[in-house]
Design a protein around this ligand. Structure first.
Ligand SMILES: Cc1cc2nc3c(=O)[nH]c(=O)nc-3n(C[C@H](O)[C@H](O)[C@H](O)COP(=O)(O)OP(=O)(O)OC[C@H]3O[C@@H](n4cnc5c(N)ncnc54)[C@H](O)[C@@H]3O)c2cc1C
Length: 382
């Protein structure tokens, strides 16, 4: 499978400045309340659409900007510097909207257009209680009934699942074909038979996750996409680059905080950063940040080159593996440098460390990335 290269380009520094200002104005005043209440602030979606930050990668015919993954990464990195959770709202819209744009027909393109215009928030519903890393085990079923399909099953950890208007649901239409028998359906969240209890989490709270249950949910055949397992695997690779940008932004904020604190916090009559043990940890964090930046934008530029996915998969998985480990190290060091005050609500570092705990898990866990890389190296892992 090969992909097209971006159609448009922008002055990247000016674009970064615009994203930085957007994040300060639209995320800065919102994220703490959203975190406290585990509630997605819907006006943030509308603001992102108005600023042109939804559909960055989508074709212009659908209202998108037809920019590259590099620009998407810049937008997410800048937003994640303020809050790593609200930053990935655009990522979810990009992956779900990408399925509609790349694999859909007119009716799907209408949904993609509405999404970019701020009229239709999307969610992506792949994971199930028994199908996390093992996406091939998806059991949600779709059975044909005249011009409709009837969906039954349970999805778990669906970000924005209870907030969205439409969710892209991966379901089994022909279990005899295994992963080749899966297809996506664009399902209205308010359809009869859909229920969405929230899953309470310690981290990631401004962008809540939900269990989504389908009980005899009727979906018109026109809402089915000719895309399934293969399409989402390609989508996950793009999502992994965005995830790197997310954690790159987050770790820079944690690192900057820790550096400043080490220079100003006095113990034994001198800054704690004068102690070699503290200074060396910060030197390590500096290396982690710079290496993560190189990895993230290397993977993004490989993606934008239009090479077949097979040729860039090692770059993407290596970046995801490294950056999600690095953000863990950087935030743990920041927490440690905060001392007792670090775990209080008076300092921001406990929140940062908690949010970073999810980094190695989502969009292909740590071991899954190692498995992908090992396979690419020609090792006979299953
Ligand atoms: C905050 C959050 C948001 C999410 N948002 C979404 C969303 O919007 N849409 C969606 O569809 N999903 C979403 N997910 C689900 C996410 O993609 C899954 O959590 C992820 O795929 C891992 O699945 P799991 O949690 O069931 O863990 P499991 O797959 O059960 O893995 C548990 C552990 O076992 C390890 N493991 C698994 N298989 C192997 C193996 N073969 N070899 C070695 N180790 C292995 C894993 O690395 C992990 O450490 C979200 C999850 C979270 C936490």
């Amino acid at each position: 499978m090969s992909r097209s290269t971006p159609k448009n380009s922008v002055d990247r520094e000016a674009f970064r400045d615009m994203c930085r200002k957007f994040a300060q104005v639209e995320i800065g005043p919102r994220w703490q309340e959203a975190d406290r209440e585990s509630k997605f602030p819907m006006p943030f979606y509308h603001a992102a659409c108005k600023a042109g930050l939804i559909g960055l990668h989508s074709p212009e015919a659908l209202g998108g900007a037809a920019l590259g993954v590099t620009e998407e990464a810049i937008a997410i990195e800048e937003q994640a510097k303020v809050n790593p959770n609200l930053a990935i709202m655009a990522l979810i819209q990009g992956v779900a909207g990408g399925l509609l744009a790349d694999h859909g027909r007119d009716i799907h393109h209408q949904i993609a257009r509405a999404n970019i215009a701020g009229e239709c928030l999307l969610a992506l519903a792949v994971t199930e209680p028994e199908a996390g890393s093992d996406v091939q085990n998806v059991k949600t079923s779709a059975r044909r009934d005249g011009d409709d399909w009837i969906l039954n099953g349970i999805k778990s950890f669906i970000t924005l699942g209870g907030d969205c208007d439409v969710m892209m649901v991966l379901a089994q239409t022909d279990p005899s074909k295994g992963r080749h028998g899966m297809q996506f359906f664009a399902v209205d969240r308010r359809s009869p038979g859909v229920t969405t209890p929230q899953i309470k989490t310690y981290a990631n709270r401004p962008l809540p996750t939900y269990r989504v249950m389908f009980d005899e949910v009727r979906v018109p055949d026109a809402r089915r996409l000719d895309a399934g397992f293969g399409a989402i695997m390609a989508g996950f690779n793009r999502e992994r680059v965005m995830v790197c940008a997310r954690w790159l932004g987050h770790m820079q904020t944690a690192y900057a905080w820790a550096l400043e604190y080490a220079k100003t916090r006095q113990q034994f009559g001198r800054p704690i950063g004068a102690n070699q043990s503290i200074a060396f940890q910060l030197a390590q964090s500096h290396v982690d940040v710079e290496a993560s930046r190189l990895y993230t934008y290397h993977a993004a530029s490989r993606w934008d080159s239009g090479l077949p996915i097979q040729d860039i998969i090692t770059d993407v998985s290596s970046a995801k593996l490294f950056v999600t480990q690095a953000v863990y190290r950087v935030t743990q060091i920041a927490l440690h440098i905060g001392g007792g005050w670090g775990i209080t609500e008076e300092l921001p570092v406990m929140r940062m460390a908690l949010d970073a705990l999810v980094a190695p898990v989502t969009v292909g866990a740590y071991e899954i990335q190692l498995r992908v890389i090992a396979k690419q190296l020609g090792l006979p892992v299953d």
